[in-house]
Ligand binder design. Structure first.
Ligand code: SF4
Ligand code: SF4
Length: 127
């Protein structure tokens, strides 16, 4: 199942001609509709759920829906990038609406930096 875009959340990155979702997709699937200026996906069937577009969107406007085999179509996995961009919190909402959160690093950092990251305590994340 391809990712979906919430057009009410997308602000076209304030009119950027080359927004990060367009730049990050390895399949070159996102494009700006020349007529409307809105971000659209060209070939949804070519999306392989690699998720950089989901993670990079500053508006959290692109969403990954868990596939039928893993949950059900109402199960969702939402990324929340921390301001420092060193951590990402994944919010998992299952078919019953139960939410769980997992915070992980987005890249390898020296362990001694763990406690200095914007309000995240070691107990809140795993590696
Ligand atoms: S990165 Fe997000 S807000 Fe920016 S254009 Fe893409 S979908 Fe819209
Ligand atoms: S999930 Fe990957 S392939 Fe699909 S649109 Fe996003 S970046 Fe492109």
């Amino acid at each position: 199942m391809p990712v979906i875009i919430h057009t009410d959340k997308c602000n076209e990155c304030n009119g950027s001609s080359n927004p990060p979702c367009v730049r990050m997709c390895p399949g070159d699937l996102w494009m700006k509709d020349p007529k409307t200026g809105k971000i659209v996906m060209r070939n949804a069937s070519d999306c392989w759920d690699c998720l950089p577009c989901v993670k990079v969107c500053p508006q959290e406007a692109i969403e990954f829906r868990l596939s039928y085999q893993l949950g059900f179509q109402t199960a969702r996995l939402l990324p929340h990038i921390h301001n420092t961009r060193d951590f990402i919190t994944w919010e998992l909402i299952d078919t019953n609406g139960v939410t769980d959160k997992f915070t992980i690093r987005t890249k390898v950092l020296p362990v001694e930096l763990d406690e200095s990251i914007e309000g995240v305590t070691p107990a809140e994340y795993s590696i």
